[in-house]
Each structure stands twice: as structure tokens, then as C-alpha cells.
Design a protein around this ligand. Structure first.
Ligand code: ADP
Ligand code: MG
Length: 729
């Protein structure tokens, strides 16, 4: 029992819960206490500065330099009162994480003293040395400067002793180098387009916000086990390991009682999150053993995206204090469910109306139907772009693996709303007759509110489902930045709503009444977008066949799915909605391909090391003990007795040899495949080579290593096993 594995087991079994009690009163006493929110802005800023920031937040107005100085002074005073000594621009580069570079407020004065200084200039703009962030070839290394610029629509916050200021990150020449910049542009575009359409129904609407409520799934493993597995530590997931005899088949983990160590972790992270204004509301066990979920109340999409990024960061930090490591990877363990991040999305007006909430009157229901049907049409026309936004090496393991929605994008709306759309589809074209209007009122539009609430059932197999008053994009990966899917969803929605407006206006211009025109256009859209609607089992093979017949794409791997973000139509959407220009889109495409290729490369190297340094030596050591035992039997017994006694062991010896031989030769083949792939100069071709030639070899190696895990003496096996990773708490 000399292996690191037994040390890990001992460590873990001796763990006690790390108690955490907030001791800060009720949640309402400390919610948002570490955020420079409306309340603290009023308290710490001049009236002029406050008004200026408010109109920047509400109306997108610019803040001039002098006012920025006042804002900075107020922000600094508030931050210092919370114990801050440093400040940083906080941004989300295309690496996927968050970035920060702390500077002290402290500045020496000429007379040898020091003051705390924070000017408007420091608030508004910084120039981090950005040469080592991914840029997809936009910047030459000699012109490596990038700017971060303050985003006043997402409030600053204090973590520990640092004031964090949410910013965008752009190159010297103005191209976006982060996730937030295109998101803000898409949100602005959908605001304008949706406001114009909402004004058909209510002239008072001046602004429409996209809303996002994310649900974050994750695994927790003990930090000893995490460190005991090189694949966990380096690739964030188990690259090999036999499934435990008991997995999730009894469904006994989902919504089960939460283990004490985990509850303490959850309480601490909730406390931290709530102080930072992240409105965490829900926590529970998920389907797989050691899998859990957090969900907040939804917020304006930009703030929600920042909050999710911040939350993922917090999770990692707090987990360590409880001797856990958080696994945000989409598929840490083969054989049990992976993790996703549902993106609940809707549009809300500044008059307080959720545009995807069926209303109480026929008029508000026509508004609901308008936004509802336009969403379906947008997803129909640009399903492939949505597919591209959720593509990643990790998510490839989930999509289409019969546990997450498939790689085929479709929309689920439920039986009742399908019936409503079928009814609308049967309308005669042109001006509506009085009879048709009465019918509509009574049987279609008037019926929506009563039927809806209980009946938008949860078809968990759909990647894009309507759930009563919002759409839920379920195919997003657990470690993804929500900004990517949110940028594209809002951009295609903006594009669609603009088209709708021009279609309706054209009919009105030809003398049709507004309501009639809206019905006519909606009817056409229902027809045109029918093939994207699917109410059945998205996991089944029947759907794959049916989808192919309908002409829906099913691209299971990342390098090829990413093609969909650089089609001429995708670039048109990005450009016309002011989200990204061609250069930016192409740079992003390049970055994502490169990231994919690097991740597989790392996984392949780690697997090669583990197979060579852990698995094979252990297998051979165990095989030697068998050989020794067989040898002894031979010495002790006559030929016939020996044969009958030793046969089973002889079989095991040759079985071990068989697996070892395959692993050794496949390991060589994998290195050759990598060499070949690395010699390619085109990034896309290289990513595809990794996908098509390296990944399959990894699977073969894993298969044989997992067989050996079952053959070899448990006491000799060096890597923590799945049953230990998943069931020790
Ligand atoms: P579940 O999908 O787990 O059954 P719910 O449907 O109650 O749970 O809500 C899931 C998430 O949807 C929550 O984060 C919630 O805040 C969010 N949500 C609810 N309404 C909206 C909305 N109008 N816009 C965006 N997200 C919303
Ligand atoms: Mg949900």
C-alpha cells in the first residue's frame, strides 16, 4: 500500500467539514454590500456624477472626463471604506477566464509622503500589456498594446482588498479582444430592434433589455484525489478510469440531501456571491454522483454574464478552502452525466413587461406571439450559428451523447403552443374577416394565458425550449462564457426583428391594418420556420434520421461546427448588427480552432504520460507476481495438476500482455499522429487532424487501460478510482 492513491484515500476519509456561518445578519442586510450599486453611488458621489453614471447605464450616454474624475473619487472613497487598497480593470479575454492586474491606490508625493490616488483616467482606461492574450493574429507582437475601457453598465465591486472595475478589452486599432465587447454591441442592437417592434403595442416602451438566468452545473472532488490524478490537475477531467459498479442508475443523487462538507462550501460561496450582488437563489444535487448546481435569479444579460464569470472564479477559490476542487469541465467522468449551463433568456421592456410572457388580454398576447414566433424564426434561420457558439472540446463529449441535447439545434414549444401556431398557420392570407377575428380572439389568442402555465412541460432533450415565459438554451457547456451564446442569440434576434418590422410596415403601407399585417407576417413565419420545431425525444436515433430529412445540420465536432461562424451569412449578421467585423470574426474563429487543438494536444500528452508512467509499469508489476506464482505452482505440482491449477493465471498473464502491447503501440501511433498534425500550417486543418486522428487513438488507449484497471490488484493501482472520486465525501 505504498501508492499515492492510498494516501489520498486516507486524507479524504479523515476530512471534517470546514464550518462556515455567515454571521452577518440576514441576506437583505449584506446583499450587494461589496458592489458600487445605486445606493452606494448616491452616498459617495456628487449629484452630477451620479446623474451622469445613471444616464450612461440607462441610456448609454457618454461620461465626460471631468465627471469621470468625480466618479473615480466617489468610487475610491467607497472602495477604501470596504478595505480596498488596490484597483484593477476586470475583463474577460478570449482565454475563457477572467483577467486582472492589480495596481495600488498608493502614490508617493514629492515631499516624501504618500496619498491614495485614483483619477478619472485610471477609471476609464488602462493599457495592460496584452501581448500574451489570444488575438487571432489581429495584432502584431510589436504592436501589442490593448486597451481596457470601463463598462459603466456593470457595477464595480470589491473582492478582498481590490476594487474591480468591469471593462471591455480592445486592441490598439479598436478590434474586440474579449467576450464583453461583442455582447454589448449585440445587446444594443437587440434593444433598438425590439424597442421598435414593441412600440407597435405600446408607444411608451423606450428600451428593451435582454435577460439571462444561468444555471451552473459542476462537480466537486476532494482536493487530495484531484492532485493525485495528473489528468484532473492538467486537463480538468479524467482521461481514463473505469466506471464504478454503481453510478447514477438508481437516481439517488438527484435532489438528494446534500453532504455536510458540500453544504458548508455552498454556504460560503453563497455568502460571497450575495455580497457581490450575484442573486444566487437555488442550490441542489444534480444527476451524477458528486454533481451539483447553482442558479441565480435572472438579470440584465450583460450583468448576468459578468456575474457568471465572477461566480465561476469564486467557486474555484472557495472550493479550495473546503479541500475540494471544482470541476467545471463538461465531461469529467465518462459513464456518468456531464455538466452544462442552461441559459434562460428573454426580453424585458423598461415598462416592466416580459415580452415572452403571455398576457391577460388579446392585445398583450399578440405582442407575446410576435416575440415568440420571431424567436423561433430567428433560431430557424440561424440554427447553425447557435451551434457554433456552443462548440468546444469539452462540450463535444456531451452534445449527442444521450445525456445532453444533441448537436442538432431544434426548438421545443409544447403541445398547447404548437396547437396555437397550427391554428394561426391556417389563417387565410390578406385582410382578416370579422369572423376570422372573432375566432382568433376566442380560440387562439384568447386561450393562451390559461393553458400555458402548467403545460409548457420540460422536454429535457431539447436544446432550445420554451419554458412558460422564457426560452432555455440548454446546450451551452458548463465552463463556457455565456457571452458567446448570448451574443449570437441576441444578434440573430435583432436581425429577425428588424426584418419583421420591415415586412409588417410594407403591408401597412399597402393599406392593411396593423393587427392584420402582424398576423399575416406571423403566419408566414410559422410556415417558414416549421422544420426547426421538434417535440419528440431529442436523444433518439429516430430524431437524427428525421432531422437529416428535414435538412437540419448535425455536426458533432468542434472544428467543423466552427465553420458556421464564418459563413457569409454569419458575417453579414455580425457586421450589419454592429457586433463584429469580418476581421474580428475571422480572428475569433482562428482562436477557437487553436484552443481546441491545444486542448486535445494537452490531453493526448497527459494520457500518453499516464499510460506510459502509471498504467504500464503497474500492469507489468502485477503480471510479474502472477508469473512468479505460476512458476511456484510448476515447481510444486506434477504437470497435469499444475496445468489445471495455473491455467486461469496463465490466461490473465497473456491478457495483460495483450493490453500492454496495444497501449505501447498506440502510444507510438498517437505521437506520430500528433507530429503529422503539428506539421500542418492551416489552423483549421490542424484542428481537424487532432479531432480525426489523435482523439480516436486516445479512446483506444483508454479502453485498454480501463481493462487493466479491472485486472490489476487494487492495492497496486496508483490512480484514484472513479468510485473514490465520486463517492468519498
Ligand atoms: P428550472 O429550469 O431549473 O426548472 P426555473 O424555470 O424556475 O428552473 O428557472 C430557471 C432559471 O430561469 C432561473 O435562473 C431564473 O432566474 C431564470 N428565469 C426566469 N425568468 C426569466 C426571464 N424572464 N428571463 C431570463 N431568465 C429567467
Ligand atoms: Mg432549467
Amino acid at each position: 500500500m505504498s501508492t499515492i492513491r492510498f494516501f489520498c484515500i486516507e486524507e479524504t476519509m479523515n476530512r471534517k467539514p470546514v464550518n462556515f456561518t455567515p454571521n452577518a445578519g440576514r441576506v437583505s442586510d449584506y446583499f450587494g454590500s461589496h458592489v458600487f450599486n445605486d445606493k452606494s453611488m448616491r452616498a459617495y458621489m456628487t449629484k452630477e456624477a451620479y446623474r451622469s453614471v445613471r444616464s450612461a447605464i440607462d441610456l448609454g450616454a457618454k461620461i465626460d472626463r471631468e465627471v469621470a474624475d468625480q466618479v473615480a473619487a466617489g468610487m475610491k472613497a467607497w472602495a477604501v471604506s470596504k478595505g480596498a487598497t488596490h484597483y484593477t480593470h476586470w475583463f474577460q479575454p478570449l482565454t475563457g477566464g477572467t483577467a486582472e492586474k492589480h495596481d495600488s491606490f498608493f502614490e508617493p508625493t514629492e515631499d516624501g509622503d504618500a496619498i491614495e490616488k485614483f483619477s478619472g483616467g485610471m477609471l476609464v482606461q488602462q493599457e495592460p500589456d496584452a501581448s500574451s492574450f489570444p488575438n487571432g493574429g489581429i495584432r502584431n507582437t510589436f504592436e501589442a498594446r490593448g486597451y481596457t475601457a470601463w463598462d459603466p453598465t456593470s457595477p464595480a465591486f470589491v473582492i478582498g482588498t481590490t476594487l474591480c472595475i468591469p471593462t471591455i478589452f480592445v486592441s490598439y486599432t479598436g478590434e474586440a479582444l474579449d467576450f464583453k465587447t461583442p455582447l454589448l454591441r449585440a445587446l444594443q442592437s437587440v434593444d433598438q430592434a425590439a424597442t421598435d417592434v414593441a412600440q407597435y403595442f405600446d408607444k411608451n416602451v423606450k428600451k428593451v433589455n435582454a435577460t439571462l438566468g444561468w444555471e451552473q452545473e459542476y462537480f466537486l472532488v476532494d482536493s487530495a484525489f484531484f492532485n493525485g490524478r495528473p489528468d484532473m490537475a492538467l486537463a480538468g477531467r479524467a482521461l481514463l478510469g473505469h466506471g464504478p459498479a454503481k453510478g447514477q442508475q438508481l437516481d439517488d443523487h438527484y435532489f438528494g440531501s446534500i453532504p455536510e462538507r458540500v453544504i458548508q462550501f455552498m454556504q460560503e460561496i453563497e455568502f460571497e456571491a450575495l455580497r457581490l450582488g450575484i442573486p444566487i437563489k437555488t442550490r441542489h444535487n444534480e444527476v451524477a454522483p458528486s454533481q451539483y448546481e447553482f442558479a441565480p435569479i435572472f438579470e440584465e444579460a450583460n450583468v448576468a454574464v459578468d456575474h457568471n464569470s465572477l461566480f465561476m472564479d469564486l467557486m474555484e477559490k472557495v472550493a479550495r478552502r473546503h479541500n475540494f476542487r471544482v470541476l467545471l469541465h463538461e465531461k469529467p467522468f465518462a459513464g456518468v452525466n456531464g455538466s452544462g449551463k442552461h441559459n434562460n433568456w428573454s426580453l424585458a421592456t423598461d415598462t416592466g413587461v416580459n415580452l415572452l410572457q403571455p398576457g391577460k388580454t388579446p392585445k398583450s398576447n399578440l405582442q407575446f406571439l410576435t416575440f415568440f414566433i420571431n424567436t423561433i424564426k430567428a433560431v430557424h434561420d440561424h440554427a447553425d450559428m447557435l451551434r457554433a457558439t456552443i462548440a468546444s472540446a469539452g462540450n463535444d463529449h456531451r452534445l449527442g451523447a444521450n445525456e445532453a441535447p444533441p448537436a442538432i439545434i431544434s426548438v421545443f414549444i409544447g403541445e398547447q403552443l404548437s396547437a396555437v401556431l397550427d391554428e394561426l398557420e391556417r389563417l387565410e392570407s390578406g385582410k382578416l374577416s370579422p369572423q376570422a377575428k372573432t375566432d382568433l380572439k376566442l380560440n387562439v389568442v384568447g386561450k393562451i394565458p390559461e393553458i400555458l402555465l402548467d403545460n409548457t412541460d420540460r422536454n429535457r432533450t431539447s436544446p432550445f425550449a420554451f419554458t412558460g415565459n422564457k426560452f432555455e438554451f440548454r446546450a451551452v457547456g458548463s465552463q463556457a462564457n455565456c457571452a458567446q451564446p448570448m451574443t449570437v442569440l441576441n444578434a440573430i434576434m435583432a436581425d429577425q426583428l428588424r426584418k419583421f418590422k420591415s415586412d409588417v410596415d410594407a403591408l401597412i403601407k399597402n393599406g392593411m391594418k396593423k393587427d392584420d399585417a402582424i398576423f399575416n407576417v406571423l403566419k408566414d413565419y410559422i410556415k417558414a420556420s416549421k422544420k426547426i420545431r421538434f417535440e419528440g425525444d431529442g436523444y433518439g436515433d429516430a430524431w437524427k434520421e428525421e432531422a437529416a430529412k428535414r435538412g437540419l445540420n448535425n455536426v458533432p465536432d468542434t472544428p467543423r461546427a466552427l465553420d458556421f461562424m464564418v459563413t457569409e451569412e454569419a458575417i453579414r449578421i455580425f457586421e450589419e448588427n454592429g457586433v463584429l467585423n469580418r476581421v474580428e470574426v475571422e480572428a475569433r474563429h482562428e482562436i477557437l480552432l487553436e484552443e481546441y487543438q491545444k486542448r486535445i494536444q494537452i490531453e493526448s500528452r497527459v494520457l500518453g504520460d499516464i499510460a506510459g508512467n502509471h498504467v504500464i509499469p503497474t500492469a507489468i508489476r502485477y503480471q510479474s507476481t502472477l508469473i512468479e506464482s505460476v512458476q511456484r505452482l510448476k515447481d510444486l505440482f506434477d504437470e497435469k495438476t499444475y496445468k489445471s491449477m495455473a491455467q486461469a493465471q496463465l490466461d490473465m498473464i497473456s491478457e495483460i500482455s495483450k493490453h500492454v502491447t496495444v497501449i505501447i503501440s498506440e502510444k507510438k501511433a498517437m505521437i506520430e499522429a500528433r507530429k503529422k498534425a503539428n506539421a500542418l500550417t492551416d489552423t483549421r486543418e490542424m484542428a481537424i487532424a487532432y479531432c480525426d486522428t489523435v482523439k480516436p487513438i486516445m479512446e483506444t488507449i483508454r479502453y485498454h487501460a480501463d481493462k487493466l484497471e479491472l485486472l490489476v490488484d487494487d492495492e497496486m493501482w496508483p490512480l484514484p478510482k472513479f468510485r473514490e472520486l465520486l463517492f468519498t465525501r
